[in-house]
Design a protein around this ligand. Structure first.
Ligand code: SAM
Length: 271
């Protein structure tokens, strides 16, 4: 038996030659008005429960929270409902606009996470969920993101984020469709994996078949796989340290078959 195939590690490797299109100019622009519909089944409340259980385990009681790459604000708004003082930033203007349409509204700004202009020592917690940081695809960009977050966190403050693992991107979890369902937003996605660049390209086709005008559009998304060693080095350069790495929604260490992992990072205290 081919063990690599059995474990889903033999995915097709295809070079991605082009420069990825920036998020906000293509990705998350046309889909923004339909994003919440697309995510209707995503258990955002449970995700916030999980974040809170991590905070309890670590005895961290944040007040001021940033939802980094907040999208339409589902996580930040849920945290605001639970009493945190939350704001969001995201690069895609049309996603940010949606943050003001929800209840409670999430105050949010259009800002590139690769150049976060945030006040020094102003935050107790930064959360960034749903593989948002996989969308930062070059070393300098992710390093600058951590540097900015490291400055904005108070000493002892935490950053909690999830990432799709290399395995998830490699085995084509993004190749999927819902064409057999009755969902008003039909989608068909095809992914491609470039092993050398550790880059996954997803060509997404959408068709709105709900009430009102029929609309069709496409978007192309790129996600980069980041290893734990890369994350460890980058956060260290930003004055932070990895406290925990979890197989998502558990308190276990990641395994070979983990598709999503959570990082808990702490801003070091300045001596
Ligand atoms: C998969 S969505 C997740 C959104 C949100 N965190 C959620 O849980 O629904 C990824 C988000 O990351 C944002 N994003 C990607 N690259 C970014 C960057 N460089 N700066 C800020 N936001 C970015 C996108 O615009 C998009 O809203």
């Amino acid at each position: 038996m081919n063990l690599r195939r059995l474990l889903g590690l033999d995915a097709k490797d295809e070079a991605i030659e082009e420069d990825p299109t920036p998020v906000g100019r293509d990705a998350f622009t046309k889909v923004a008005p339909y994003y919440d519909q697309l995510m209707a089944a995503v258990p955002y409340r449970s995700w916030v429960d999980y974040v809170e259980s991590i905070l309890r385990r670590l005895g961290h009681e944040p007040t001021e929270v940033l939802d980094l790459c907040c999208g339409t604000g589902q996580v930040g708004s849920e945290m605001a409902r639970r009493g945190y003082d939350v704001a969001g930033i995201d690069i895609a203007e049309r996603m940010v606009r949606c943050c003001y349409c929800r209840e409670p509204k999430l105050p949010a700004a259009v800002m590139d996470a690769q150049e976060p202009g945030l006040r020094e020592h102003s935050l107790d917690l930064v959360v960034s969920l749903y593989d948002s940081l996989n969308y930062i695809i070059d070393d300098e960009g992710l390093q600058n993101c951590f540097l900015g977050i490291g400055r904005a966190l108070r000493p002892g403050g935490l950053m909690i984020f999830d990432l799709n693992t290399e395995r998830a991107l490699r085995i084509g979890l993004f190749t999927q469709n819902n064409l057999g369902s009755n969902e008003p937003l039909a989608y068909q996605w095809e992914s491609q994996w470039d092993d050398k660049r550790k880059l996954c390209r997803v060509d997404m086709k959408f068709r709105w078949r709900g009430p009102g005008e029929k609309v069709q559009f496409t978007e192309t998304h790129y996600e980069r796989a980041w290893s734990e060693d890369e994350i460890r080095e980058m956060v260290a350069r930003a004055g932070m340290e990895i406290l925990r790495v979890y197989d998502a929604y558990t308190f276990r260490e990641p395994r070979m078959l983990s598709n999503r992992i959570y990082y808990v990072v702490r801003r070091l205290r300045v001596e």
